[in-house]
Design a protein around this ligand. Sequence first.
Ligand SMILES: [Zn+2]
Length: 271
Amino acid sequence: MPELPEVETIKRDLSKSIVGRRFVDVSLNWPRAVQIPSPDEFCHRLEGQCIQEIFRRGKYLVLRLATGEALILHFMMSGSLLLDTQGDSHPYSRALFLLDDGARLHFRDPRKLGRMWLVPDENVVVGKLGPEPLGPGFTAEVLMEGVIKRPVPIKALLCDQSFLAGVGNMYADEAIFAAAIHPQRMANSLSNEEIARLHRAIRRVLEEAIGSHGASINDYRRPDGEPGTAQFVFKVAHRSGKPCPVCETPIERIPIRNRGTCFCPNCQRES
Ligand SMILES: [Zn+2]
């Protein structure tokens, strides 16, 4: 599933080529992806609109339009955006945005779980998200204050988008490993030193993954179709049964609140 580094990569790649462009035509092969407004109105209202700015909030991609409206996308399990200048057809294209320079932006989504909104104010969709982990507002002190009243496993808390925006299963596992914390530890039991370590680990893991243009485990691709390479440096995520890169103990996979969680039982002791 695309998480913060993947969506940030899509944003950076697209900002070079679609900001300032205008939607000439919008068509939907999977109208149920549109949450707000109706699919017909979504297409009709987008046509002719100019893309003024593109930014990311958590795992959401936001295209601000010249009218002030926001086109928001969430990629869920398997969504991506492909920018095609050749006019090729693409399997699994659920929406096609034709731009005024002739480029075609495909919302590709094999599993059909991705979502789109066209709203006057993006806060209708992204207003309740927690802080941005790479933003100036996310300090070790903010993380300390946040975990105090949370008797939930730290793995589950890091994946809670209202607690912290943009971190999902893969990068939560990687950050918790880098901080040498057991993923089932209750968040409110962590020491200040462990929280400071986790804070540094979250930021480092996300920054490194952005540097690798995200992780292409399954369907994620950059807008030019190229894969990201962050998966090649994963230490625990998607590595169940393989040796820990630090101590060679086999990586274990356990469910935590219904999420498959990979960790090293030796490097990440329970107490
Ligand atoms: Zn280990």
